[in-house]
Ligand binder design. Structure first.
Ligand code: FES
Ligand code: FES
Length: 240
């Protein structure tokens, strides 16, 4: 009596014209055994423990507890370990002042300060920022809810006075970056312009120096002349 094939393996065996007898069943069983043995030996070759076979693929989401200190406040969170600092700020802490422009470290719209140093928060994992002091545009002013220009950080006030923006999308990144530029300059950090101009000791923050040091922050509106004027004014300690 002929037996209808019910799996691909059995179809294969039928195609080999093996009679529907115990012999065919043996052949199917042998094929099944070899197939599963192949899976196991492949796992052994790539160094996976046998218990990993059938489990979630590497790179699957893993949530972990984290505390981020942002603008002087500790925020306990549970995050996917792959979350960028930018996404943690924007999506989990509702601090949307830092902008996502390229998400690839190319535009500077996401610039924040981490222990006083400027970073592209789209390129930093939130977990890498644990234990640091993070400052965003929301935490720069002298008071939590500024109502006058005098309440602002001097660099914020300078941008306001000098119209250092048009649409404003890049502005929070520009301002955070400028704050760090002034600190870097105070510390005597040099740029390529310092070397080219031969001023390698306490270089003056010329417009060329400002342009070079702010080069990581792109403004698609092209507000660069006013941005440079704002940074220049803030460096002189005046906002107008
Ligand atoms: S969004 Fe981070 S550099 Fe563009
Ligand atoms: S002000 Fe529009 S991108 Fe800079």
């Amino acid at each position: 009596m002929s037996v209808a094939p019910c799996t691909e393996l059995e179809e294969e065996v039928v195609a080999l014209d093996v009679p529907a007898t115990n012999e065919r069943n043996l052949l199917v069983s042998r094929r099944r055994f070899l197939q599963s043995a192949g899976v196991l030996s492949a796992a052994t070759v790539v160094g996976l423990p046998e218990t990993a076979v059938g489990q979630a693929a590497p790179g699957a989401p893993v949530d972990r507890a984290i505390v981020l200190k942002v603008n002087g406040k500790a925020h306990p969170l549970t995050l996917d370990t792959r979350t960028s600092l930018l996404d943690a700020l924007r999506e989990h802490l509702d601090l949307t002042g830092s902008k996502k422009g390229c998400d690839h470290g190319q535009c500077g719209a996401c610039t924040v300060l981490v222990d006083g140093r400027r970073v592209n928060s789209c390129l930093m994992l939130a977990f890498a920022a644990e234990g640091t002091q993070i400052t965003t545009i929301e935490g720069l002013a002298k008071v939590p809810e500024p109502t006058t220009v005098a309440d602002l950080h001097p660099v914020q006030a300078a941008f306001l006075e000098h119209d250092g923006y048009q649409c404003g999308y890049c502005t929070s990144g520009q301002i955070c970056s400028a704050v760090a530029v002034l600190e870097e300059h105070k510390r005597g950090t040099l740029s390529i312009v310092s070397f080219k101009s031969g001023h390698t000791t306490n270089p003056v923050l010329t417009d060329d120096e400002i342009r070079e040091r702010m080069a990581g922050n792109i403004c698609r509106c092209g507000a660069y002349p006013n941005i440079v004027a704002a940074v220049r004014a803030a460096a002189k300690g005046v906002s107008a």
